[in-house]
Design a protein around this ligand. Sequence first.
Ligand SMILES: [Zn+2]
Length: 466
Amino acid sequence: MSALLLAGGRVIDPANRVDREADVLLRDGKVTAVGPEAAKQAGAGATALDVKGLVVCPGLIDLHVHFREPGQSAKETIATGTAAAARGGFTSVVCMPNTSPAIDNAGTVALIQEKAQREGVVNVFLTGAITKAIAGEELAPIGSLKQAGVVAITDDGHCVQNNELMRRALEYARMFDLPVMDHCQDYALVTEGVMHEGYWSTVLGLRGWPAAGEDLIVARDILLAESTGAHVHCQHLSTAGSVAMLREAKKRGVPITGEACPHHFVLTDAAIAGSEKFWATDGKSIAGLNGSADARPAWPVYDTNFKMNPPLRSARDREAILEGLADGTIDVLCSDHAPHCDYEKEVEFDYAPFGITGLETELALSLMQLYHTKRLPLPDLLAKFTVAPAQLLKLAKGTLAPGADADVTVLDPDAAWTFRRHDSASKSRNTPFDGWPLKGRAIATIVRGIIVWREENRFASVQNEN
Ligand SMILES: [Zn+2]
């Protein structure tokens, strides 16, 4: 019998509307008690962790990560990806199916599940592809994917362009009670775009990825969700137009949800013109960073760590994403953790792959842009990392109710620290946030009652009660 008592923390459990100082007892992989009875029940032999002054919440869930295994294990593996998740405070991750081969059949699902069981330090959930080989031409066997255990279907990285095929996918998904997640990109409009189409793409001479390239597919998804009754979840929303349409559709009761990633509500396309331009224009509102006046990280113009899909947008779009998160239009926060090797990113902007890592910075950036700016109270912010993704994907996670899995994150929302890409547990280093002073971080990550990561030297007071 293993027991862990988290003593004296501020327990924030949005699923159960709890926000108070309390002890939490974890025993044999389950939450056993929250409140005064926790210490009483702990008994002899329990390990106690003094978490006074810290926040104790259900283990964070990131429903959008790319772990690259099988096929591209030079970028990331399940072992390194889950280690990065643990450091970021995440106890569960949901992997996208664009591995090589793609997760488009039950055999591949089983293979990755087995590997995750052996090598993962946090819970790994899988999504399946909408179409075979994510080619957008023929539906994947959605029923057998569901049976194999996928929690949603998506062609993430790609987008089904054929509206009729997408409609059939939604009809099947509804039949099998699976949400459909969509990477919203209209190929005809976006063509070879590499950054947001606007002032800076013109100045920098780079091909533009217009906002309408996302808006059109979000509009399509709303119409199809409404007509089929299937749940569609729009991934990594980046435009003001998407947020406005989602808000309106939700009011009408359309089964549609959305997510946002920190890079889209921290940075803008001005960042691709270099740090000087960014801090002088769109970076002003975050220039205070963690309070240190001299803290202004520098990067060159055309830095490929600022290249992602969808691209960084304008300041107006960034504001709309923040508003959408604050008023509940956008349900979920996630990273779109997309590792790439240095040699792949160290090329001309046009040729670099899209995407950045994010698991170890997303909590801090979310706290800085939403909680420390007073746009969202802490419980509402944590809901977007816990109960919201759990409900969306029907995972038995995201709660500290007695009997639930003992997945817990201990965090300090005020901790000031500087992120260094070389300290990352990820195998890849493609992050635009290297050297950024951040505010807020995970202190301990607990999966089924076992501490899988904790900040060194933080808990000198671990003791065995006798
Ligand atoms: Zn995507």
